[in-house]
Design a binder for this molecule. Sequence first.
Ligand code: EPU
Length: 429
Amino acid sequence: MDQIVITGGRRLQGAVTISGSKNGTLPLLAATMLVEGESVIENVPDIDDVRTMLQMLESLGVRSRFIAPGVLAIDASHLRSTEAPYQLVRKMRGSFYVAGALLARTGHAEVPLPGGCVIGSRPVDFHIQGFKALGAEVVEEAGIMKARARRLRGARIYLDPRLRSVGATINIMLAAALAEGTTIIESASREPEVVCCAEYLRECGANLSGIGSSTLVIRGVERLHGCRFHSIPDRMEAGTFMYAVGATGGSVVLEAVRPDQLTSVIDTLQAAGVTVGYGDDWIKVTRGERPGAVDAMTAPYPGYPTDLQPNHGVMAAVARGTSIIEETIFDARFNYTDELARMGANIKVVGRAAIIKGVPQLSGAPVEATDIRAGAALVLAGLAAEGVTEITGTEFIDRGYERFVDKLRPLGAQISRCAVENRGAECWV
Ligand code: EPU
């Protein structure tokens, strides 16, 4: 078991290159199962969730190999199974994307239901509703979704406009790509990760329109061919580094980013008095004085992203004044606040809102990460705090952040990683 050890209070300075997107790349990898032939996916992040997805695909017969760092050649010409193993699905919710792809390509999919998650209840009823609308027979037996269809048929599908599910939009889009006839997804999610997957499918010969809008139109085709495709930069990793500066102070340039996909985050940081400048593919974040308090409410894209809400909580914890954060997407995404309170933050959670009264200084403490984004937020809190913070639960951070510690150290962070039992002179900071 590893832990991350941080001596906080150092301003961050320098430049960091943002990796490929976790939530953009996972659907791409599933989408390659629709394709007969090889695709080359560039900008694949070196993170545990990608490794899990590749193991899952391998178990189904997909062959893949890295031909250069971050460049994956992947070929699903010879699928050999349509049953996803529980041991892999339980690790990661994104693995449920194989359901739509398998169903479209082979007419059969057996995928264990992913179950709940520490950030809240995460059903897949919209996904299943979509598969049924496309003509699949779906049953649930012993915790496994079993779906069958001779060939899926296009349909008009309305998703819940209040929730706008990213996962259901992608899974239905994957299933519809090879269906007979036209599928229209109303209230589709507009997230850049959905757009990324749609553009990959289009490059492979799929017929899609309305990409990036809330009405996606998919005219099914007989087959798809491989292509070369560059995955999008990780806007959540980018946002995390932006908030690292917001919470800690300093000046950092983010490279290989898409500022146009981070508008709500840039606006929120600017409202807190953080200086944010940007060009086509870079963002510079500078913070001198303590940030001001700013309220935030999570919402589907282009609204403020739930995945960055815990980071906003950290900045608010050291801001001048009181901020209110409303979480509208997941019902248990304030788990990190108890750990933050142990570092001296003044936070009260009332239902779906957190009221955070900023304090001049957090203080280091041993804390535990319980999910990917809570883990990143605790790292930020450790960077901003006075004294030493030891973070356990690093396996969550590894799921979604490529070399997080290695990227922070050149920015001046006093941060290291070590096995808990070996926490000796060589890794103590
Ligand atoms: N929902 C349903 N039924 C469904 C699907 C979703 O009720 O069938 C509800 C969810 O419970 C939630 C809301 O709809 O309240 C939105 O969920 P969505 O389906 O959009 O989330 P997701 O696809 O499961 C992805 C990301 C999450 C990110 C959310 C929201 C991946 C692998 N996961 O999840 O990322 O928070 O969209 O943007 O892409 C993370 O990276 O740490 C992470 C949790």
